[in-house]
Design a protein around this ligand. Structure first.
Ligand SMILES: [Mg+2]
Ligand SMILES: [Zn+2]
Length: 368
C-alpha cells in the first residue's frame, strides 16, 4: 500500500529565517541532512507531500512574486537531486483569519484523509513545530518534530525500521488480558498481571528477547493463578505471531545454553557453582510442539505466588498460539533459579529467532 511523507517547508526542508519569511533567494539554506534522508525514504517507497503555512501570502508585506521566486528555486533544487513532491499544499492565511486550511487544521489534506488507499501505519508528518505534531495526530499518522534531539538522519532511520508490532486484547469470563509487543524498538516494558514473580519472568523474556512488551492482565486470582498465566501465554504467543507478520528475513531458529551470558548474568560468578543447567532450542516453525525435560524435579512446588507446574504450562500455551517448536531443559538446583534461568534462556533463544537477519523467507516451503 502507498505510504506518504507529509513535510513542512520552513524549518524542516529549509532553515527558517529570523523574520519567518522566505522572500529572497539569499535567505534559502537547506536543513542539514535533508537530501540524503529524503532520497533514502524515496527509495523505501515514500511519496512526498509538502504542507506549509505561509502567513499573509499575497499581501503587501509578503508579495506573491517574492514568494514564488524562492519557492520555485527550492522545488528545482530538490527535483535536481531526484526529489519530487506529489503535491505542494499552502495555506496563505494568517492565524486570525479562521480559515480551514491553516495547520494544524486539516483542510489542505482533506482529499488524502478521505482516501483509504494509503498506509497510515507507515506514513508520517515531519515538521519543526508543535503544530506539525498536532497535524500528524489529527491525520492519524506518526509525527516527527525536528530539533535538538532529532535530525533528518534519525527520522529516516526510524521510518526505515520494520513495523513489527501487535496489540492483542483477550477477554474471557476468567481473564481480561491486553498484550502489546514491538519487536524492533526494544527497551519499553510495562507488565502487571497481579502475580509478582510471573511479572518478573515476563520481563526476563522481553529483556533477553530484546523487544518491547506491555502486559496488563486482570484474572480470577481468587480462584488461583492458573487461568491468568495460561491466558497470558496464549495472548503473548498470539501477539508475537501477529507482529512477525509474513516472517520474511527473520532468524527463525534460536538456542541458548547454560554457560552463556544469560546464565552468568542470571546468577553472577559465585552462583555458577550451583548451576541448575538450562537449555532452550526453538524454531518459529508454524508447527507448535513443546518438549520440556526436567532432569531433576523442581525442588519446590511454588516460587513466589507461582506454582512451578505452571511453568511448562505457560510455555506450552505460548508455543501453541505462536506456532513455536520449543525444547526446554532444566537440571537440578534451587527452584527459583531453575525457573528464572528457564525464562532468561528462553528469552535469549527467542532474540536470535525474532531478529531480522536477511530479506528472504527462511523456509524452502515458501511459508512458515
Ligand atoms: Mg515550519
Ligand atoms: Zn488557510
Amino acid at each position: 500500500m502507498k505510504r506518504y511523507l507529509f513535510v513542512d517547508r520552513d524549518g524542516t526542508l529549509i532553515e527558517e529565517p529570523a523574520d519567518e519569511q522566505v522572500d529572497r533567494l539569499g535567505k534559502i539554506r537547506l536543513k542539514p541532512g535533508v537530501i540524503p534522508a529524503l532520497l533514502r525514504l524515496r527509495d523505501l517507497g515514500y511519496a512526498f507531500v509538502m504542507v506549509s503555512n505561509q502567513d499573509g501570502l499575497g499581501t503587501e508585506s509578503f508579495p506573491l512574486m517574492d514568494f514564488n521566486t524562492c519557492h520555485e528555486f527550492i522545488l528545482n533544487l530538490f527535483s535536481s537531486q531526484g526529489i519530487g513532491f506529489e503535491q505542494v499544499l499552502i495555506c496563505p492565511h494568517r492565524p486570525g483569519d479562521g480559515c480551514a486550511c491553516r495547520k494544524p487544521r486539516t483542510g489542505l489534506v482533506a482529499p488524502y484523509l478521505a482516501d483509504q488507499g494509503w498506509d497510515r501505519s507507515r506514513s508520517a508528518f515531519v515538521g519543526d513545530r508543535e503544530s506539525d505534531l498536532e497535524m500528524a495526530r489529527a491525520m492519524g499518522i506518526r509525527g516527527y518534530m525536528l530539533g535538538e534531539g532529532l535530525s533528518w538522519a534519525q527520522v529516516a532511520d526510524d521510518l526505515a525500521l520494520p513495523r513489527r508490532t501487535a496489540r492483542i486484547c483477550r477477554a474471557t469470563s476468567e481473564t481480561e488480558i491486553e498484550v502489546e509487543v514491538d519487536l524492533d524498538r526494544p527497551g519499553r516494558r510495562s507488565i502487571d498481571t497481579g502475580i509478582g514473580f510471573f511479572d518478573h519472568m515476563l520481563d526476563q523474556i522481553a529483556t533477553h528477547g530484546n523487544f518491547s512488551l506491555s502486559v496488563h492482565a486482570k484474572g480470577d486470582l481468587k480462584v488461583d493463578c492458573h487461568h491468568t498465566i495460561e491466558d497470558t501465554g496464549l495472548a503473548l504467543g498470539q501477539a508475537l505471531r501477529e507482529a512477525l507478520g509474513d516472517k520474511r528475513g527473520i532468524g527463525r531458529f534460536g538456542f541458548a545454553l547454560p554457560m552463556d551470558e544469560v546464565h552468568a548474568e542470571a546468577f553472577g560468578r559465585d552462583a555458577l557453582a550451583e548451576d541448575p543447567g538450562v537449555a532452550a532450542t526453538l524454531d518459529i516453525s508454524g508447527r507448535p510442539h513443546v518438549e520440556f525435560s526436567l532432569d531433576a524435579r523442581f525442588t519446590r512446588d511454588q516460587v513466589g505466588e507461582m506454582p512451578v507446574q505452571m511453568v511448562p504450562h505457560f510455555f506450552e500455551s505460548l508455543a501453541m498460539s505462536m506456532g513455536l517448536t520449543l525444547h526446554l531443559a532444566a537440571g537440578p538446583g534451587n527452584a527459583h533459579h531453575q525457573v528464572e534461568a528457564l525464562f532468561k534462556c528462553f528469552g535469549r533463544a527467542l532474540r536470535g529467532a525474532l531478529a531480522i537477519t536477511g530479506t528472504a523467507l527462511p523456509s524452502t516451503k515458501g511459508s512458515l
